[in-house]
Every structure is written in C-alpha cells, then in structure tokens.
Design a protein around this ligand. Structure first.
Ligand code: BTN
Length: 301
C-alpha cells in the first residue's frame, strides 16, 4: 500500500488525506504506522459512510476481530448521544469506531467509556499542548467548547462475561468556524481552531489508538479506580454547580433531572451530585450544564 510522507510533513486542512486511498482494508501497522499491538491491525478506511459505528456493527456480526477499526473521511449519518446527529464533514476530523471485546460484564461498559475519554484527552494534551478536558459522560472540551465525543454501544454476545462493544469517536481536527453549521457555532471547536494551525489527522489517529489500547488493558485490570484520579483532574465540572437535563432538548424547568455540585464519579460511571440540601444523587444519564451562578467568566451555556 503506497504511503504518504511522515504525517508531520503533511499540511492538514482540506487536503489532509492519510496517504492511502480510501475504500480499502488496511493493515494499520504497515500502512498507517500504528504502534498498537492489536487495535487497528485491520482498518476499513472508507471515503464516505452513514455511520462508522453502524458499519462496524455489521462487520462484527460477520465475525470481525477485536480491535478492528472503521474509519471514514466523511459520515453522512454520524450518530451522537441521545439520538443526536454528529457533524462529520470530509477529512476535517477523525470519525472512527473500534471493536472491543473484553472479559467484563455488561455493566462495566459505561465506566469504560469514561476511562476512554480520559485517555483520549491525555493523548491529545500530550500531542497538542492544549488544555483538553472531559465533561461527563464522554465529551472532550477545550474551554467550554466541544472538541469531540465518544459513543459506546454494546453488541449482543453469547458469553455472559464477554463484553462486545463498538466505541465510536468523533474528533474535530481541522474544522474552522466557517465550516460549522449555525447550530454548532459557538458550541463546537477543533484542534485547528484552538491551536491556530492545522494538525495532520494521521498523527491524531495514531496517538488516540495507542492511548485507547493502553486504556482498555488497564481498565480490565483496575476498572474505573485506575482512572478516577485523572478524571477528577481533567473534569470540567468537578466542584462546580450544574444542572442535569435529559439528553433531548429541554421544554422547561420541569424537565430538569437535578441541580447540585459535582462531587465525583461512582464506580458505576454515574456522576455524583450533592444538592442544596446535602442529599447525594447518582446521575446515570443526561446532559450537564454549568449553572449561571457558577460560570466564573466562562462562555459556557
Ligand atoms: C457525542 O454525542 O458526543 C458522541 C459522538 C460520537 C460520534 C462518533 S463519530 C464516529 C462514530 N460513528 C458515529 O455514528 N458516531 C461516532
């Protein structure tokens, strides 16, 4: 498979290909220079797809191996949390899904995705020097803007203690403000916007996959306990007053789930909130926003 020059030599931006033609099944080690041991050995690299996660689920049903990656230059039906769509324009981000198989019970899936978000945040911090943070459950932020998100979906498996899942990651790499649709203006950001220069997608891809492979190994050994301290350090909301709303758009205050101060992360992956009366709530789903009184000069909405 022909390769482009080292990723650092590429300019990034609109022409930011991976040095290989889309539409092929790649050996990620040989063709893309991955330094992982099994994640990304097989990469289905597509020019355009509805959703990389849907594509990978279909491949999993046909017997794809653990660690298989589906990566696309563009998604036309990218899916986000709570049934939202995920904006995935051509070559401006990393839109990919990874097939996971671990010897873990199904209830360990939610905390695994939190561990994965922490690991990706750290990898991006090291690569770019940006202050990438995590927002429960699986958002990656720079400042108050969303840089990326993770979406974990389980797959039906025969074994009781074998967790089979598709981890989808969307990371805005070289989007600029002018690429964003109106509804994402002021809400989303990208590495390029935050740094002021483009970043080769392949560099981003390599560090993320390596970080995720290490994350999965560690998570199997230590569970969320191995990541909690770092989650606290990188959390954009720990110690802050937040409102939790259902994932769908709010119709009014009546649809609030809870309001309180974020005090930590439960073993289950739930967010722990303490309300004004001192009662402790475990939040299992929803979107959190900083309360107006606790925005401390940020532009968070
Ligand atoms: C979120 O809502 O924050 C999660 C977004 C996850 C988007 C990624 S892009 C690659 C993969 N394929 C999808 O359809 N969704 C995920």
């Amino acid at each position: 498979m022909p390769r482009g020059g080292p990723a650092g030599e590429r300019a990034g931006g609109d022409s930011d290909g991976l040095g290989v033609e889309p539409g092929t099944v790649l050996d990620g080690f040989r063709d893309l220079g991955f330094t992982t041991t099994y994640i990304g050995r097989t990469v289905h690299y597509l020019r355009t797809v509805g959703s990389t996660s849907s594509e990978l689920k279909a491949l999993a049903r046909e017997g794809a191996a653990a660690g298989t990656v589906v990566l696309a230059d563009e998604q036309t039906g990218g899916r986000g949390r709570s049934g939202r769509t995920w904006f995935s324009p051509v070559r401006l981000g990393v839109w990919m899904s990874i097939l996971l198989q671990c010897e873990l019970p199904a209830e360990r899936l939610a905390p695994l995705s939190i561990a994965a978000a922490v690991s990706v945040a750290d990898a991006l911090r090291e690569l770019t020097g940006l202050d990438v943070r995590v927002k429960w459950p699986n958002d990656l932020l720079v400042g108050s803007r969303k840089l990326g998100g993770l979406l974990v979906e389980s797959i039906q498996t025969a074994g009781k203690n074998v967790l089979s899942a598709v981890l989808g990651i969307g990371l805005n790499v070289n989007l600029t403000e002018s690429d964003l649709p109106a509804e994402l203006a002021g809400i989303a950001t990208s590495l390029r916007s935050a740094l002021g220069h483009p970043v080769p997608r392949l560099d981003v891809l390599r560090v993320m996959l390596l970080a995720l492979e290490r994350c999965f190994e560690r998570y199997e050994r230590e569970g969320i306990a191995g990541f909690r301290e770092r989650w606290e350090e990188l959390s954009s909301t720990l110690g802050r007053e937040v409102t939790v709303a259902p994932g769908r758009p709010l119709a009014g205050d009546a649809e609030r789930i809870a309001t309180g101060t974020v005090t930590g992360l439960a073993e289950s992956g739930a967010l722990i909130l303490e309300d004004a009366s001192g009662a402790i709530h475990e939040i299992w789903f929803g979107d959190i926003t900083l309360r107006r009184a606790d925005k401390r000069g940020t532009d968070d909405d």
